[in-house]
Design a protein around this ligand. Structure first.
Ligand SMILES: [Zn+2]
Length: 416
């Protein structure tokens, strides 16, 4: 089971305008219990448009640990960058990210973390002191001794810290630069990603938001810092939401989708915790989503949809061979004829009516009538008992299409 889960690959999302201009590499999710960092990186990937310069985002580096909501099911990945045995289960992932970090296009690397408490240079109290990591900008040393426009780490960090501190929600949240002085003997930090980067001639910094906050508040500070880094590098961007914790919460809670085998698309918002008899044809699940924190994995006999640290739904499968011949189905939706693709959703005011198509059988899950026909008949919301909906509100229903004994695809009907 563990090996099955472990095949979760991280995503690399390249947002490029002109590769001769600066490129920022942002890494989130090296430790799966730090949702501020991996949600901020994900929002950068999904909700920002880069208009000048380039941004590469790896929002889910240790995706398995994110699914497990664990710092590191195979140990702390951020201690595996100095040396690592080939037998380590994370060896391949670490090699892959090292290659991305050292790619010649990358100019600056930023590793996104959530840390406990509030970093302060001197001891204030148990939550605010030099051993805490929250609300800090991390550098391994003041300057780098190789030639790069970004060799003055202290200056970059100071610029970012000042910019974040202009938008504090509370004085307690004030950012500080934390120089770990790794080269002077910090054996733990010498095994970390940023020290690997600077040892390979790549400027790198860490950014920490406090674990004392809710995820949207952590993301708020990460995005403030990210925007400061982009400004520093001359990278220009647009975003389509206001930068405040409320808007960030809305972005995180948007209705994302996951598509299985290109035939079944499910929403992530409001979906029931358990869905039964989902037609599945293979052991190794193939999925896609516009959100890199969403995945579908096999766990035991069931399939689970995860979004970041949260399990969204458990699907119990019914095994079918798949048929790839169905291109679209004709459906009358409130008196308008529509061509519907497998894996899509149709939005209905009053009724829908599926045209029969030779060779295919249609099953509207939960629907039945006296004539036992499901095509060429108007179906209203009240005709399907709510308990068959895939959502908790009782508005979204499954229509499955079969050819002989094979499954050809599912589409969803959502009553407004
Ligand atoms: Zn961390």
């Amino acid at each position: 089971m563990a090996t099955q889960l472990f095949s979760l690959d991280f995503s690399l999302i390249k947002k490029e305008t002109n590769t001769s201009e600066p490129t920022l590499l942002v890494i989130g999710g090296i430790q799966g219990d730090e949702p501020g960092g991996f949600n901020a990186s994900t929002i950068l990937a999904t909700h920002y448009i880069i208009t000048k310069g380039n941004v590469w985002v790896v929002p889910n580096l240790n995706f398995y640990s994110i699914v497990k909501r664990s710092r590191g099911p195979y140990g702390d990945m951020n201690r595996k960058f100095a040396s690592l045995k080939k037998s380590d289960p994370e060896y391949e992932i670490v090699q892959k990210i090292k290659a991305i970090i050292t790619d010649k296009q990358v100019d600056l690397v930023l590793n996104m973390h959530d840390g406990s408490g509030f970093y302060r240079e001197k001891y204030v109290d148990n939550l605010h002191n030099q051993h805490r990591w929250g609300q800090s900008s991390i550098i391994d040393q003041k300057t780098l001794d190789f030639d790069t426009p970004y060799s003055d780490l202290k200056a970059i960090s100071t610029f970012v810290v000042n910019r974040v501190n202009e938008k504090l929600l509370d004085e307690e949240h004030r950012y500080h630069t934390h120089n770990t002085k790794t080269r002077e003997g910090d054996e733990e930090m010498a095994k970390a990603l940023t020290y690997f980067a600077i040892s390979n001639s790549k400027p790198a910094l860490g950014n920490e938001a406090s674990k004392e906050f809710s995820t949207p508040h952590r993301v708020y500070y990460h995005l403030l810092a990210l925007e400061a880094y982009m400004d520093y590098m001359g990278i220009e961007f647009k975003r389509n939401f206001e930068l405040n914790p409320q808007s960030i919460a809305s972005v995180i809670n948007e209705d994302y989708e996951v598509t299985l085998f290109e035939k079944i698309t499910l929403p992530t918002k409001g979906i029931r915790n358990k869905l039964r008899y989902i037609p599945i044809d293979k052991d190794k699940i193939i999925y896609s989503s516009q959100n890199p924190l969403i995945c579908a994995i096999k766990e035991g006999n069931n399939y689970k949809i995860h979004y970041g640290n949260h399990k969204i739904a458990s699907l119990s499968p019914q095994f079918f061979l798949y048929d790839d011949s169905l291109e679209k189905l004709e459906v009358l939706v409130d008196s308008v004829v529509k061509k519907v693709l497998p894996g899509s959703t149709i939005y209905v005011d009053k009724y829908f009516q599926i045209s029969s198509q030779k060779g295919y059988r249609v099953n509207i899950i939960g629907y039945s009538n006296a004539k036992k026909i499901e095509t060429d008949v108007k179906v209203y919301h009240n005709d399907i008992p709510k308990r068959f909906s895939i959502d908790k509100d009782g508005k979204i229903f499954r229509v499955e299409v079969y050819k002989g004994k094979k499954f050809s695809g599912m589409f969803l009907v959502k009553f407004q």
